[in-house]
Design a protein around this ligand. Structure first.
Ligand code: ZN
Length: 384
């Protein structure tokens, strides 16, 4: 996920906001404005809006605290954590590695819903301390804020405990299966299957509710089901890819005979003499025999063809500083994850500050396909 607004860093974890979240923020604010208007008719417009916007901002802070709790447990358990991004339906803590034992996964997953639950109860207690009677609608802006945020945090904790992989509850369920079966892969398949089943139940229930007259509420449930189904299938595929790629390292899949071009070459010459002739999609740009950047079809596409003769490769290349590189010892799965996260199709392989070669997504997928076709057993005999 790349399109995001950076917010800052806390405990060494980068916080980001996906643009889709702004849509949710607007929806929340508008629905709260409508609700406060309906319940508290004596509030002025300014008061209604101020309360709704404050509630929206605090809700967003609560989501971050939830994600941060995952991140801090991951850190405490020795898993590197990159950043947290909030998007349409919640947040993702981008933890660079999957947990390596069921206990770590269990604690890492359950701390999120637990945190939301605790926040929820504290806020409801604060509302009561401020004079809210649970049998009536909150009358003051402060109690209205506490009550709404309290319930939404409880709902957030409960929703995340649904045992649909990869929701927190699904991860907790997976950790328990993993511990009981003592088999990471079989438990992943089982957890993903249960996740898909729950997702289908959500969709079915939502559609039935819709035809019973629940309207948008029914569609919303079906939509959540559809989201869960996508997510469960994706985590299953990821687990399968992990199994198929096991034992493979960058050194096995990189190609070291990368075509190079001089940085002064015009884009026109580059396209006609290299790109279209060789069928390669990625070239190293050299300056005095030093690797300075990377140029691919993407960069060429970004400028109109009538400017090709006047533009040099150096002007369009992606400079080495801005490129994520990998080492020969990294696993193929880690590389695939980085490609997904950074949204790139190739990564240079570096060691001791020198380029050793390149690893491409297309090649990794080819290896995956061959392995899937042969249906090799998980423990591959492997040449040293
Ligand atoms: Zn969570």
């Amino acid at each position: 996920m790349k399109s995001q607004i950076k917010l800052g860093t806390i405990f060494g974890v980068e916080l980001g906001l996906h643009y889709s979240w702004l849509v949710i923020a607007l929806l929340i604010t508008f629905s709260l404005v409508a609700q406060f208007h309906a319940v508290n008719r004596n509030w002025s417009d300014a008061l209604v809006w101020a309360t709704a916007i404050t509630a929206g901002v605090l809700f967003f802070a609560c989501l971050f605290v939830h994600e941060l709790s995952h991140a801090l447990v991951a850190k405490a358990r020795g898993l590197p954590i990159h950043k947290i991004t909030l998007f349409l339906l919640g947040g993702v803590a981008q933890i660079e590695k999957e947990a390596s034992d069921p206990k770590t996964e269990f604690w890492m997953a359950i701390v999120g819903p637990f945190t939301s639950g605790v926040i929820g109860f504290i806020l409801l207690a604060l509302a009561m301390a401020a004079g809210w009677n649970p049998r009536t609608a909150p009358a003051t802006p402060a109690t209205a804020l506490f009550v709404w945020l309290g319930y939404i945090n409880l709902a957030l904790g409960a929703f995340n405990m649904i045992p649909g992989f990869p929701l927190d509850g699904g991860r907790v369920f997976h950790a328990i299966l993993w511990w009981a079966m003592d088999d990471a892969e079989r438990s992943t398949r089982a957890a993903a299957f249960v996740g898909q089943l729950i997702a289908v139940l959500f969709i079915g229930f939502g559609i039935i509710r819709f035809f019973q007259g629940a309207g948008l509420g029914g569609l919303w449930i079906a939509f959540i089901g559809w989201f869960l189904l996508q997510a469960a299938s994706a985590s299953y595929l990821q687990a399968k890819a992990g199994r198929l790629l096991r034992g493979l390292r960058v050194a096995d899949v990189m190609s070291s005979d990368c075509p190079t071009i001089d940085r002064g070459t015009s884009v026109q010459d580059f396209v006609h003499e290299q790109l279209l002739r060789t069928g390669r999609r990625c070239f190293f740009v050299l300056e005095n025999n030093q690797f300075v950047g990377l140029v691919t079809t993407n960069e060429v596409r970004a400028i109109p063809s009538d400017r090709w003769p006047l533009t040099t490769v150096r002007e369009i290349m992606r400079p080495i500083r801005s490129i994520h590189s990998v080492s020969r010892e990294m696993t193929a799965l880690e590389v695939l994850e980085i490609m997904g996260r950074e949204d790139v199709n190739q990564l240079p392989v570096m060691s001791d500050g020198r380029v050793q070669g390149i690893v491409t997504r297309a090649h990794l997928l080819q290896v995956l396909r061959s392995r899937a076709e042969l249906n090799l057993p998980p423990s591959l005999p492997r040449a040293a």
